[in-house]
Write a new protein. Structure first.
Ligand SMILES: *[C@@H]1O[C@H](CO)[C@@H](O)[C@H](O)[C@H]1NC(C)=O
Ligand SMILES: *[C@@H]1O[C@H](CO)[C@@H](O)[C@H](O)[C@H]1NC(C)=O
Ligand SMILES: *[C@@H]1O[C@H](CO)[C@@H](O)[C@H](O)[C@H]1NC(C)=O
Ligand SMILES: *[C@@H]1O[C@H](CO)[C@@H](O)[C@H](O)[C@H]1NC(C)=O
Ligand SMILES: *[C@@H]1O[C@H](CO)[C@@H](O)[C@H](O)[C@H]1NC(C)=O
Length: 382
């Protein structure tokens, strides 16, 4: 196959994935086969919605009807699947390295997180125009400052870790005492610059990579409207010393000013972070992977993005703080974020995300030993 032909095929594939994203969800099913015959690969049935043996068939049924499958009958279901009376822990979980390797290989057909985690200096110059991924008709520029912070090489180049933790921001973490357990991982990923110091006992402190949506500057730091907020923001950035700060700057319009402010403060205070700006193809590629495996997500959440990327760098992946439900298994209210009072309608069709579906998918992967989902309190250190 000539190089040009492969480029052409890649272009067609990418165009199709973009089309699928724009298209109405009802059309998605028909378009997927055109992406390739990946679903015929080993993965078939792995997460097939019509195959009840994998538990993902219940796309519109409540969690509690999730049945123990033939495939995983030897595995204890998660406590919340057993009903309120259970006191069992998920300690019988075992890591399936074969499956984990298989997933990594499959995801690599869609994206290479080592590359797609950030655009690089070598491929852009100041003033280059970028179309927003979700608002194609709107553009932004690579500013001088942003260019300055573009990495020259992937911040994850040649890195590999045995055990990684991805920490979601659900209130399920409150009173979990999971801090030490989370910090014991070799690499810890956090989302949206969530505060840690005040919650260290439950969420830990260690941070190797943290994401920051531009909207965080507004939501959590009052749009830097006063000296005090600027200070708090700079303090939070400084506390990251050496971590990767992953800024999805080109997803949706409206954040350009906030990105620019953050970048200027990083430069002004010579904050020690390694900035990364996701490639323009990452989101489509991640969505393409899940759609091809019949997980009909709308727009992947940061958590799912991080899991998909982490498969590239991590053997065992442990997820904490993923709980897209308003109540815990005992019926107690659970905050959307452990650190603020924001509320969220998990099942709203207006939401850009499909969190309960993502969660069911991750639960299925947990049962198969591909990842480990921690949803209960952690054992106190002995
Ligand atoms: C579901 O899986 C079983 C065994 O894994 C297989 O025999 C069956 O054909 C699958 N059904 C569908 C609809 O894919
Ligand atoms: C856990 O449940 C078992 C029965 O399923 C019971 O015998 C045991 O006492 C329970 N343990 C605690 C700590 O509640
Ligand atoms: C691990 O996953 C592979 C691939 O899905 C499967 O063939 C194998 O049976 C699994 N091993 C265990 C111990 O569950
Ligand atoms: C981008 O750059 C062009 C010229 O280089 C300029 O006309 C335009 O206003 C810039 N847009 C933004 C959003 O900075
Ligand atoms: C956490 O524990 C404290 C003290 O027991 C209690 O006051 C608080 O309500 C608990 N918070 C949650 C979210 O369970």
């Amino acid at each position: 196959m000539s190089f040009e032909f492969r480029i052409l095929m890649f272009g067609i594939g990418t165009a199709l994935v973009i089309f699928v994203i724009i298209a109405d969800m009802s059309e998605v099913e028909e378009e997927i086969p055109n992406i390739g015959d990946l679903q015929k690969f080993h993965f078939k049935g792995f997460m097939h919605p019509t195959n009840s043996s994998l538990g993902l068939n219940a796309a519109h049924t409540p969690l509690v009807t999730f049945r123990k499958s033939k495939v995983s009958s030897s595995v204890t279901p998660l406590p919340y699947l057993k009903g309120k009376t259970s006191n069992s822990s998920s300690s019988e979980w075992t890591f399936n390295r074969t499956l984990s390797n298989l997933i990594r290989k499959n995801i690599l057909r869609f994206l290479d997180a080592e590359r797609d985690i950030s655009i690089l200096k070598s491929t852009f110059k100041p003033g280059d125009v970028i179309h927003y991924i979700f608002d194609r008709q709107r553009t932004t520029n690579i500013s001088e400052n942003l260019y300055h912070l573009l990495p020259t090489a992937s911040p994850m180049r040649k890195q590999h870790y045995r055990k990684c933790a991805i920490v979601g921001n659900s209130g399920i973490l409150l009173n979990s005492s999971c801090g030490d357990e989370i910090d014991s991982h070799d690499f810890v990923i956090r989302c949206n610059l969530a505060p840690v110091e005040e919650y260290a006992a439950d969420v830990g402190l260690r941070t190797n990579l943290v994401t920051m949506n531009p909207s965080v500057v507004q939501r959590a730091f009052q749009d830097l409207s006063s000296e005090e907020w600027v200070e708090r923001f700079v303090h939070r950035l400084q506390s990251l010393s050496g971590s990767v700060l992953w800024i999805p700057a080109f997803m949706a319009k409206g954040g350009e000013e906030r990105v620019e402010w953050a970048i200027r403060l990083i430069l002004l205070h010579t904050v020690n972070v390694r900035t990364a700006f996701p490639s323009l193809r990452l989101l489509h590629a991640v969505r393409g992977y899940w759609l091809t495996n019949h997980v009909q997500i709308k727009r992947p959440t940061t958590g799912l993005l991080m899991y998909t990327m982490a498969t590239r760098f991590c053997d065992e992946i442990h997820l904490y703080g993923f709980w897209p439900f308003a109540h815990d298994p005992d019926g107690k209210a659970v905050k959307y974020h452990y650190y603020d009072t924001l509320t969220y309608h998990y099942t709203s069709s207006a939401s850009p995300h499909t969190m309960p579906l993502e969660f069911r998918t991750l639960s299925a992967l947990h049962r198969q030993g591909a990842l480990r989902l921690h949803t209960g309190p952690c054992k106190p250190p002995t």
